[in-house]
Design a protein around this ligand. Structure first.
Ligand SMILES: *Cc1c(COP(=O)(O)O)cnc(C)c1O
Length: 374
């Protein structure tokens, strides 16, 4: 960390040498590095959001509704329609400032000193940070060479570690690979008694990219009625084109959600955030109009990269992991020099590109050909 951290500060020993989350925020023409939706909200949505914020502004002398039940009801309705789930009520929903905060709430409630949280690498770089911040031991299990999860093997690893929480992103970041529903069911069954003391492990399926999944991959939301230790995290940051609003959410049994209410900070979701999210949810169709288009462009980009002889992970998300390059940093830098910012992440030799507009992807292809000669 920077020199300005004076050595006399009583910093936690486990934070020495740690760096803040730092995907570069650069001003370049083609931003393809943090899996944002490249399309800004359309004018009609901007107008409705602005009106909702104006209304909320007149009440800002008061704390917001700390249980945000109206927003939770709207999210339950959205999720029911999106995933064909049944029985989801306001009490099954939770939300926070991004699903990152939702998952931190999960670890504050179910992790902690003496406990373990597990995931399967390579996976989302924030998971070890929630572990660190909640003083929970981090254990990374392994995936197959094609980045899919070998469920039998995963269950064995879970039974050995006996974690109180398992975080599994599906589709996974940075690989894009998704679990099929038989795998999620097998994991949910196996985690009913794999926790510390023979109780349950909280199984979190992080579906940040769910709306981008390919046909025939049901959401884990459909299993919630059967498993009280299952939680499904979602976000409005990606498919809803609303990363700037900071709204993530989760669906789980009400008994699980009630413990998240205990650990959140009071009034953690501002009246403005609640108003913005509710306004955006009134425009689900328009906001997600481009999701289908982005999925098609993703599949085309996967094909294009494979035609060049590259190794490309299957993707159910709005990004692609590809490689391998002996010096990936050089490729990343070459693209950046041509105005295309992608992400240097994932296993050695790989790079990750988010799916942007048609123009973004043309610029990406042109720059990659120039830099790597293929
Ligand atoms: C982007 C992302 C999230 C969500 O982030 P927000 O805090 O909701 O913006 C969660 N999980 C994964 C794997 C992600 O890539």
């Amino acid at each position: 960390m920077p020199e300005r951290c004076a050595p006399s500060l009583p910093l936690r020993a486990d934070l020495v040498g740690e760096q803040p989350y730092g995907a570069p925020q650069l001003d370049v023409p083609h931003l393809l590095n943090v899996n944002e939706n490249p399309y800004p909200p359309p004018a009609e949505v901007v107008a409705d959001i602005a009106a909702a914020v104006t209304e909320a502004a007149g009440t800002l002398n008061r704390y917001p509704d700390r249980e945000f039940r109206d927003l939770r009801a709207d999210l339950a309705a959205y999720l029911t329609a999106e995933s064909a789930a049944t029985g989801l009520t306001t009490d099954h929903l939770w939300a926070a400032n991004g699903s990152n905060e939702v998952m931190l709430h999960l670890l504050l409630a179910f992790g902690g000193p003496g406990r373990t949280v597990m995931s399967f690498a390579p996976t989302y770089s924030m998971y070890p940070e929630y572990a660190r911040d909640s003083l929970t031991t981090w254990k990374a299990g392994t995936r197959r060479a094609d980045f899919s999860v070998d469920v039998a093997e995963a269950i064995e690893q879970i039974r050995t570690e006996r974690p109180s929480v398992v975080l599994l992103a599906s589709p996974n970041n940075p690989t894009g690979t998704a679990l099929d529903s038989a795998d999620v069911r097998a994991l949910a069954e196996a985690t009913a008694d794999s926790g510390p003391d023979g109780g349950a492990t909280v199984l979190v399926i992080d579906e940040a990219y769910a709306e981008f999944r390919r046909e025939g991959r049901p959401s884990a939301v459909t299993l919630l009625g059967e498993f009280a230790h299952l939680a499904v995290a979602r976000t409005m940051s990606k498919a809803f084109a609303l990363a700037g609003a900071r709204l993530g959410y989760l669906a789980a049994a009400p008994e699980l959600v009630d413990w998240l209410r205990v650990v959140r900070l009071p009034y953690h979701l501002s009246a403005v955030t609640q108003a913005v999210a509710r306004a955006a949810l009134r425009h689900t169709g328009v906001l997600q109009a481009q999701v289908a288009e982005l999925r098609v462009r993703r599949d085309e980009t996967v094909t294009w990269l494979r035609e060049r002889g590259l190794e490309v992970a299957d993707s159910d998300a709005n990004f692609i992991l590809f490689g391998r390059y002996p010096d990936r940093h050089e490729v990343w830098q070459g693209l950046l020099d041509r105005g295309v910012l992608i992400r240097e992440t994932g296993p050695q030799g790989y790079l990750r590109v988010s799916i942007g507009t048609r123009e973004d992807m043309a610029a990406f292809r042109g720059a990659l050909e120039e830099v790597t000669g293929r």
